[in-house]
Design a protein around this ligand. Structure first.
Ligand code: ADE
Length: 233
């Protein structure tokens, strides 16, 4: 999968070199390219923002650098396919595990990280001529820009790309994959500081273990995320 990221803070993405995603990049499973939006400005101050038409607080990202960088990524793309262009935004559709699954099947994703009060609206219309545009929110809170949101999405999507996570079974039994929260896990020692591992997990009885885990999933979901249970009915 190819992933291009447009940002005015390329250093945010240095951590893509470490951990599982770093390995996946090294192995050629993820081809991640970071683009500095300021490299697509043409003035001495490398200006990427300006005051909003109509007035109001804050600054808006100018369309010209965005047009140039999107042309470079999508227009001249060596992938030959229309990318999915994701703009992280608190005004977007909410990102879920289902979104991550869907996007993990794409060949080419572009993340456009906005800052300030947002990006000139015409950029989204222009981007739609180059690929599928998605405005995506991490949740109902406001971050300073799209960088942290893009990192979170790249990790959630990247780990679903076949081969990135060594044991694919570990993807199946985790929170949100079946619409429920994950069951609790324990490892040795069976007794630790007065806390015991539930007897059923030591019983060696696979059927009872499976039933207990399912019950735990439902109970945890009922307590912590009842909204997920009502989604299922
Ligand atoms: N940019 C600012 N806030 C955001 C959020 N909640 N999700 C995605 N991108 C954002």
């Amino acid at each position: 999968m190819r992933i291009d990221v447009v940002t005015i803070f390329p250093a945010f993405f240095d951590i893509l070199d470490v951990s599982l995603l770093g390995k996946a990049r090294g192995a050629g499973l993820l081809d991640v390219r970071i683009h500095d939006l300021r490299s697509h400005t043409h003035d001495r101050h490398r200006t990427v923002d300006d005051s909003p038409y109509g007035g109001g607080a804050g600054m808006v990202m100018k369309p010209e650098p965005w047009g140039d960088v999107l042309d470079e990524i999508a227009g001249a793309a060596d992938t030959g396919i229309r990318p999915t262009i994701i703009f992280p935004s608190p005004a977007g559709e909410v990102f879920t595990q289902a979104t991550a699954r869907e996007l993990s099947t794409r060949n080419h994703l572009v993340f456009g990280c906005g800052r300030y009060e947002g990006i000139d609206e015409r950029v989204f219309a222009y981007a739609a001529t180059l690929g599928e545009v998605r405005l995506v929110s991490l949740g109902d809170y406001v971050l300073n820009g799209g960088e942290v949101a893009s990192m979170a999405m790249i990790e959630a999507i990247g780990r679903l790309v076949p081969g990135v996570v060594g044991n694919p079974e570990s993807l199946v039994e985790e929170s949100h994959e079946d619409g429920l929260l994950e069951y609790p896990s324990y490892t040795k020692p069976s007794s630790w500081r007065g806390y015991e591992v539930p007897d059923v997990l030591l019983s060696g009885h696979h059927g009872r273990v499976a039933q207990w885990r399912r019950d735990q999933q439902i109970e945890r979901t009922r307590l912590r995320r009842p909204d997920l249970l009502s989604d299922q009915i």
